[in-house]
Ligand binder design. Sequence first.
Ligand SMILES: Cc1ncc(C[n+]2csc(CCOP(=O)(O)OP(=O)(O)O)c2C)c(N)n1
Ligand SMILES: [Mg+2]
Length: 782
Amino acid sequence: MKQLDESAEIEAASLEALVALEMRLRWLSSWMIHNANHLRESRDGLKVGGHQASCASITAIMAALYFKALRPQDKVAVKPHASPVLHAIHYLLGAQTLDQLKRFRGLGGAQSYPSRTKDKIPVDFSTGSVGLGVAITAFAALVQDYLIAQKLMPEADAGRMVALMGDAELDEGNIYEALIEGYKHNIRNCWWIVDYNRQSLDATTADRMFNRFDDIFRTCGWRVLTLKHGKLQEAAFAEPGGDAIKSWIENCSNADYAALTYQGGAAWRARLLSQIGDNPHACAFIGSRDDHALANLMTNLGGHCLETLVDAFKAADDETPTLFIAYTIKGYGLPFAGHKDNHAGLMNASQMGEFRASLGIAPGQEWDPYGGLGDNAAVNLQAFVQASPLAKGAVGGRADLVPVPSRVPPPEGKEQSTQAAFGRILLDLAKSGEPIADRIVTTSPDVTVSTNLGAWVNQRGLFRRNELKDVFRAANIPSAQRWMGHLAGQHIELGIAEHNLFLLLAALGLAAPVFGARLLPIGTVYDPFIARGLDALNYGCYQDSRFLLVATPSGVTLGPEGGAHQSINSPLIGIGQPGLTYFEPAYVDELAAIMRWSFNHMQADAGGSVYLRLTTRVIRQTERSDPSWEADALRGGYWLKRPGENAEAAIVFTGAIAPEAIAAWEQLIEDVPGLGLLAVTSPDLLHRGWSSGQAARWEGAAATPSHVETLLDAISPRAGLVTIIDGSPSALSWLGSVKGMRVSPLGVDRFGQTGDLIDLYRTYRLDADAIVEAAAELFLKS
Ligand SMILES: Cc1ncc(C[n+]2csc(CCOP(=O)(O)OP(=O)(O)O)c2C)c(N)n1
Ligand SMILES: [Mg+2]
């Protein structure tokens, strides 16, 4: 009995501490935003912003999670607008500095939205574009299972992947794509906690979705825990008249609830009396409370009640994926609570002053972590924080590097396509016994076979937590594909949802920093459908995830497949996307060298992800007389035909149209002596090198020429260039600006249509004749 009393006492003390911490978080997040907007000097007159209402909505949830439920091995994606709350938590934990808080939303300060790479606190997953941070936790749970199955991580270290999300994120389609894929892969150890304040940015959210989310998630194997009422409400419902109050709440629309919250106690009273006042018990119930108590009761929703939250987190302490729908009030406890326009609302100085005074915080003590608490209470609260599991620091160390073979041999054959060679290189690696082959993990959204990953999958198998039999094989039905799924498999097959591909790649590519075990993920996709998952691709790159994206086939070169499958502007994505290096090799020896380079680049401290734009077009491979091309190819380009001294012209090409460039060169070389032929393997590296070299010079660095400048130094400054790529011509036309040369850019700038290569290259002016004509205009008539 004594023991029971003691543990009840500890529980009560811990709840009291959580209540106090919730208040600290609400205060500190509000103050951080207030400081940035109203106190810090504004040099440009721009509104700094920040979301006090979004923070106040989730402070109780985060207090219960961070100071009670989370274990060091758990990983969290925090809803973007709750960034100040996350910084405040780490401030209390001693992991965030006051300087960073004061510089919230300033250069080098705490970021507007949690950022893995820019923030100085541990951020497991960046967020910002709503929906993505939620879904990545499902994929991270899958990655964790993969690492455990591959014996790269002990099961005992498994953590929970948690997403703290706004309710409007439930409108993002990517959530449901992830939900479906997660169900197929039987994910576990995943919590999604919805801050269900029934407000988005513009308005209150649709009532018709009430109870629908529960159904959707349960259908996909999730446990759904709805935290609608706080303990105060639960207790009140048991009083005479309480059932009438409960059913009134049940039937109240989102907009009405929000508006009444904003209006306060008198408005609650008037509305309740007008609608259920004829029930004498309800009338007495309402009459027994003053306005303040009534407002307090009506806003005592589950997501603001620490006891309810702690109980719910405890109740879900197993592997089952769980959706918590925690009812909240946007702006809880702040003057604009419930107002539909409060998303970006900021308290003014006098409102902040009142808030400060209500907490007993003296002017000048605003940043004090435990200000206004009184000595004993402050010491106790600090001790509680220091005793929380998170104060012991995050787990996970530096992941070892995976050795990359000194050479990745190109496949043999005079005539080859880069896509087929990619498949062959992976197959050779699968058979090689090289350690790297065990760390490669492939994935594809239902285009595994058609992007030539089939042979790799036959060798290494599909990853499945629950064994998947190959029914066709068991029935002796001939097939080139062996599709057995098991724990040791190294290919994760996805349904057709390119967005999921990029989120899974992002999660796989974070295995080293997040789980301490390095993977080398390779994803394949048809090049045009990168656009489907572009935000998720950007999301992965933004948080420095490392993967190899193989996009194939590409351009109009895929011929009869037609316009809807032809990619035009993807080279520009490759050039424009930070954190992603784009290559488009023409020959398979280039591809092999680039893949080897990629395996190193994906592991380098200052490395990144890589995008290969490949093709199914089979072309004659080139004979190499010396190996010097390779180093240049890995820097973005090399002279396939060296120009003569002071040459007046060059043809510059990228990728699959190499045969047309060569044919044109052969036709022109007699008339244009010294004509050069430049193979650009990476327009991206050339451009990046050029612009960063310039920036470095402007900042006073030594004048080392960039690779493209060195390449173009081989020809006359007055030379003309014909550039050609099966993609947007602007991917190469900029080359003229490097040395001020004239350019005639060829490429595709209209939607394509079906046809064979001869017709298509003629129609889109990608054939040798087009190059010769462009050259004639540029070199001969000038
Ligand atoms: C993909 C994307 N579209 C639009 C936005 C702009 N935006 C930021 S928050 C928000 C609504 C947030 O509502 P909710 O998720 O319910 O969060 P809370 O109410 O807790 O602030 C919108 C539309 C965004 N960040 N990302
Ligand atoms: Mg909301």
